[in-house]
Write a protein that binds this ligand. Structure first.
Ligand SMILES: NC(=O)C1=CN([C@@H]2O[C@H](COP(=O)(O)OP(=O)(O)OC[C@H]3O[C@@H](n4cnc5c(N)ncnc54)[C@H](OP(=O)(O)O)[C@@H]3O)[C@@H](O)[C@H]2O)C=CC1
Ligand SMILES: O=C(O)C1=N[C@H](C(=O)O)C[C@H](O)C1
Length: 258
């Protein structure tokens, strides 16, 4: 039985994770971390009575094996650091962590021999999109990323879009065409991630979607993925939980364990 603590258990992804753990025979939910956790009726958040809840990181005392984190960009770094320092294997979906923080956590995990995974996206369609985009970038250096998300998403661009753009930048073997366009309105050409324009759309009705547009001489290639429901991320989390326990370093990207 793998014991799991879910940080952000009251949020949308946290609740999906709670549901998935309850439906998986080999996993046991032992604790949850979230602001206001002490004030809640546990049953409203689908927690059994014996699940411990903590409202602050410094109060957490648990024998969990795995720390699943779906919180906020500003919280995830301290949470994951705490987990690694306490020998709890992190499985992190929270987006927006800086490169400096990722490097620090990777070093700490290696020092402590604690395996873990930080994945910009736990959905198979998104992982495949990134892989296909990397391949296409070798032949089509001119590319732009458009990501579309629900209106409650706090960060922009999405973690997946940043990773996709970085992978394209790394894979392309020629420089992209020099653009003569001058934006007359700030932001019209999107944000720049290592020379790849990234555009963020936030609209009600959407969940999580991404398109990569490649343009060539007289032709174009479009790669698109859609997460229509948050359940699309749960198969990845379910694979990651037992996988990280066998590892001794922190991996970035679900493709490392697929
Ligand atoms: N990698 C992937 O596949 C996916 C990643 N994500 C990412 O996961 C994160 C969460 O998304 P989502 O569930 O939609 O967001 P929500 O806002 O619904 O949930 C976040 C939860 O975290 C809580 N929280 C805030 N600070 C802390 C803290 N320090 N410790 C513990 N809990 C805390 C929030 O509480 P309160 O509301 O009180 O602040 C809230 O309940 C985002 O970064 C998102 O981009 C989302 C989907 C898939
Ligand atoms: O906030 C979300 O919803 C999502 N966040 C992740 C990201 O920033 O890439 C993954 C997915 O896009 C859903």
């Amino acid at each position: 039985m793998i014991k799991v603590i879910v940080a952000g258990f009251m949020g949308s992804m946290g609740q999906k994770t709670v549901e998935m753990i309850k439906q998986t025979d080999d996993f046991q939910l032992v604790a949850g971390l979230g602001p206001h956790a002490q004030e809640i009726d546990k049953s409203e958040y689908h927690l059994a009575d014996d699940v411990q809840v903590f409202d602050q990181l410094n109060k957490v005392e648990t024998d969990a094996d795995v720390w699943v984190d779906f919180t906020l960009p500003n919280s995830a770094f301290e949470n994951v650091k705490f987990a690694i320092e306490h020998g709890i294997h992190p499985v992190v979906g929270t987006s927006g962590m800086s490169d400096a923080h990722l490097t620090e956590l990777t070093q700490l995990a290696a020092e402590k021999h604690v395996g873990g995974l930080i994945a910009p996206n736990f959905g198979l369609s998104a992982v495949l999109l990134m892989k296909f985009a990397q391949e296409a970038a070798k032949y089509f250096p001119d590319a732009e990323v458009i990501e579309m998300h629900h209106e409650d998403k706090l960060d922009a661009p999405s973690g997946t879009a940043i990773s996709t753009a970085k992978m394209i930048a790394e894979a392309r073997e020629q420089n992209p065409s020099a653009s003569k366009t001058e934006a007359t309105i700030d932001g019209a050409r999107g944000g720049d991630v290592e020379g790849v324009p990234v555009h963020s759309v936030r609209l009600p009705g959407y969940v999580a979607h991404e398109q990569v547009l490649f343009g060539g001489s007289g032709e174009a290639l479009t790669i698109r993925q859609d997460s229509f429901d948050r359940s699309s991320f749960m198969s990845g989390v379910k694979i990651a939980i037992p996988a990280v326990i066998k590892e001794t370093s922190l991996m970035i990207g679900l493709e490392n364990i697929l």
